[in-house]
Design a binder for this molecule. Structure first.
Ligand code: MN
Length: 386
């Protein structure tokens, strides 16, 4: 380990964000070093990454892969761990400067808490952590003098717009949404869309769960909640506008009415790198936006009758307490079932609405309440499907 290179842990290194983060590190190996990588299930890719980047620590959540991982890397001086507890422990290791949280869903909560408590800077790609427990996370960040650097493209855009603005108050955040693959489909058509169709996102190449969330606008709903916590604004200050070209990544409106936007081709490597290097910008060879090709920007209002999840997110955010945690847990279950084509596209929202009405509400949840809510709501949601 060479001193003064930034030591980075990537939780979820085999996913879409994780693999792109490793590319960013590889392209800037004089600045960054991979200290730890962790994955949920993809043991073969994890082994390849470990051989290539030679981190100090490798961990896999699914313990059944432990022996294979250990044997495959036995010729290298790498510490190998398995299990969810181990991943949470990796996040707090002393030598780490920054933890990129790029795992899927609720599983990001505990390791993110451990990393914050250990004073690590967080490059946050796992938005569900803030959706589920935003208030708790923000309190911990303040208490432990940690910081969250957003990796989500919209939030990175807002963060970039805010840089240099000092204490100038935000009047409004305007999150852009691509509208996803079903933007122009009517309700009858939406009844019959399949998971295979939903997995074809027009602009962004992402993991399966977030791609379904994008098609259903649940992703944008979660991003509203994420923005509330990251930037300390109230729900009425967050607007969504559909911008199918995905070139404007989001905007900030200030008290004088001025609107700042951040633009670029859709490429997650830029927000990943910015989170790693903030406040500096590093030269890249990413393809540049060409206004000869990109000649038209269009905007539409989101339709909450066809895409009800957006309304659910506003409701959950206004209600507060464990309601966003309830929405997240229900969504994780319905998305998994939709991916198996066990339920229809519109049914996902129908079920989530019922779950939000029936789940046990807690106004001032503790960490243990979030854990209990997540578990209970998963079972409740499954009971509506069987
Ligand atoms: Mn996003």
């Amino acid at each position: 380990m060479i001193e003064n290179k930034k030591q980075i842990a990537i939780l979820g290194s085999t996913g879409s964000i994780g693999t792109q983060a490793l590319e960013v590190i590889e392209e800037n190996s004089e600045l960054f070093e991979v200290y730890a990588i962790t994955a949920n299930n993809q043991v073969d890719l994890l082994i390849n990454q470990a051989r290539k980047f030679q981190p100090e620590v490798v961990a896999i959540a699914n313990e059944s892969h432990y022996n294979k991982l250990k044997e495959s890397l036995s010729d290298l001086p790498i510490k190998i761990f398995a299990g969810n507890e181990a991943i949470a422990q990796v996040a707090e290791m002393q030598a780490i400067d920054m933890v990129l949280t790029a795992m899927v869903g609720y599983s990001g909560l505990k390791p993110t808490i451990k990393a914050i408590e250990a004073g690590k800077k967080i490059a946050l790609a796992n938005k569900e952590t803030l959706v589920v427990a935003g208030e708790l996370i923000c309190d911990l960040v303040e208490k432990h003098k940690s910081a969250i650097l957003p990796v989500d493209s919209e939030h990175s855009a807002i963060f970039q717009c805010l840089t240099g603005e000092g204490n100038n108050p935000i009047e409004k955040l305007i999150l852009t949404a691509s509208g996803g693959p079903f933007r122009t489909k009517n309700l009858t058509e939406l009844q019959h869309v399949t998971s295979a169709q939903a997995l074809k996102h027009p602009n962004w190449d992402m993991g399966a769960k977030i791609t379904i969330d994008s098609a259903s606008m649940m992703n944008k709903g979660f991003e509203i909640i994420e923005a509330k916590w990251l930037f300390g604004v109230s729900p009425e200050q967050i607007d969504v506008v559909v911008h199918p070209q995905s070139i404007i990544h989001s905007m900030v409106q200030f008290a004088d009415g001025s609107i700042k936007a951040q633009l670029g081709l859709p490429d997650m490597k830029l927000p990943i790198q910015y989170a790693f290097t903030y406040p500096d910008r590093l030269k890249t060879n990413f393809p540049r936006l060409d206004f000869n090709i990109c000649t038209q920007f269009t905007f539409e209002q989101p339709d909450t009758e066809r895409f009800r999840n957006l309304a659910f997110a506003y409701y959950a955010m206004e209600k507060g307490g464990n309601m966003p945690c309830i929405l997240n847990a229900a969504n994780e279950i319905v998305v998994a079932e939709f991916l198996k084509d066990k339920i229809g596209f519109l049914q996902m929202s129908d079920i989530m609405e019922e779950v939000m009405a029936k789940a046990h509400f807690v106004a001032k949840p503790t960490y243990d309440d979030y854990v209990a809510t997540d578990e209970a709501v998963r079972a409740l949601t499954a009971s509506f499907i069987r």
